[in-house]
Design a protein around this ligand. Sequence first.
Ligand SMILES: Cc1cc2nc3c(=O)[nH]c(=O)nc-3n(C[C@H](O)[C@H](O)[C@H](O)COP(=O)(O)O)c2cc1C
Length: 449
Amino acid sequence: MAGNTIGNHFRITTFGESHGRALGAVIDGVRPGLPIDTGVIQKELDRRRPGQSKVTTARNEPDKIEILSGVHEGKTTGMPICMIIWNTNQRSQDYDKIKEIFRPGHAGYTYLAKYGVSDYRGGGRSSGRETAARVAAGAVTKALLAKRGIEIYGSTIEAAGVRAKKFVKDEIEKNVLRCADPDAAKLMEKKVLKAKKEGDSVGGIIEVVVKGVPAGLGEPVFDKLEAELAKALMSIGAIKGFEVGNGFASARLRGSQNNDPMYFDTKSKRVRTRTNNAGGIAGGISNGEDIVMRIAVKPTSSIVKKQETVTIDGESAMISIQGRHDPCICPRVVPVAEAMTALTIYDHLTRQRLMKQQDRISTLRDTIDLIDRNIVLLLSERQGIARQIGKLKKRSALNVYVKGREQEVLRNASRTARDLGLDEKVVTDIFRTIFALAKSSQRALAEAK
Ligand SMILES: Cc1cc2nc3c(=O)[nH]c(=O)nc-3n(C[C@H](O)[C@H](O)[C@H](O)COP(=O)(O)O)c2cc1C
């Protein structure tokens, strides 16, 4: 199955299904020698893990990470890093009763239409559980970004129709919704639990902020930074909308309201904007301001409430889903969204670094070309002078070839080579070739009538 890899120079592949033996991720493109802390990866996985509260599923899996390759004595080796999470609490029998019925909002029908087979147990590869592998890879990436002063954080800004009114970053991890407004979080929780009690579910909006991104990330035209971020975030199950900066609201503004006034900040010595309606990206390239994105999370598909559907034979049926499901997946999507953002930003940082290296290489090559041209010009000048000496000697009936003179030049060249740390033999060989060239033109001169 294609489409399991994301990234250009820094690539992540995920594998595994929710009710298979295990799932995991392979990260390729990490430089050697970088410290990897499994504790940090585990902490991120715990944020995504089910069974955290009443608003998330009761499926209680430890999601313990095991690193199979690419790390030695706590440091990356430069080889692919393979991380695995064993499935330990699947309860596949929950799905026995519904294995021949399509679940509305789920991918059972579309997977069957595409592949002719479908793993009905918990959605298989389309399951939210696949995102554990992304979070593991994202944790490694977030740590790499942190070293460069780049920080990523997400929060639920709306759930069950309740909108956060303020933003207190420290509050995000203190409530079950991962909302930066503690009062709104309480109201959200109430509404989520009400929907749960009614056998239903709710959706919400997550905001992701990236701080410390340098200006210049993103590639015209198909790999624009927001296009790549949209792809990464929209690849998460249940995400139905993406916006950056003012997003859809910008459609209702005037240019004078939506443009971000620019100025030169003497402190940071860079161009900045007074407002950030663009969300940190212009022309698909980061402008150095915070990158601000929002994603729409649909209400959880698996609900107890009865819904109309069909069986795999096309017969009408009603379905009520009894397994263990989140009435609102927003808090669990937050770490996944952060992970996908981290992977995309790091990939573009890598691309930018390589581009700068390429620039440097081509500048150095240009310098070498100039030096080579000067070498040829000097050779030609030397040749001209040697010819003049030959002419003068001929006029005075002197011997054209003087062995002692050659030895003297070789001695001088050897000494200079030694002083500069160059290979003396190579340098003297070059001079012998130059002598041969000079001698042949002097000989031609001597033979001329
Ligand atoms: C972290 C996470 C957890 C999820 N948990 C559930 C769940 O418990 N029940 C459910 O019906 N869908 C859950 N989903 C969403 C489904 O995976 C998704 O809606 C389904 O595969 C259909 O794909 P689509 O919504 O992108 O069209 C979860 C998604 C994520 C990212």
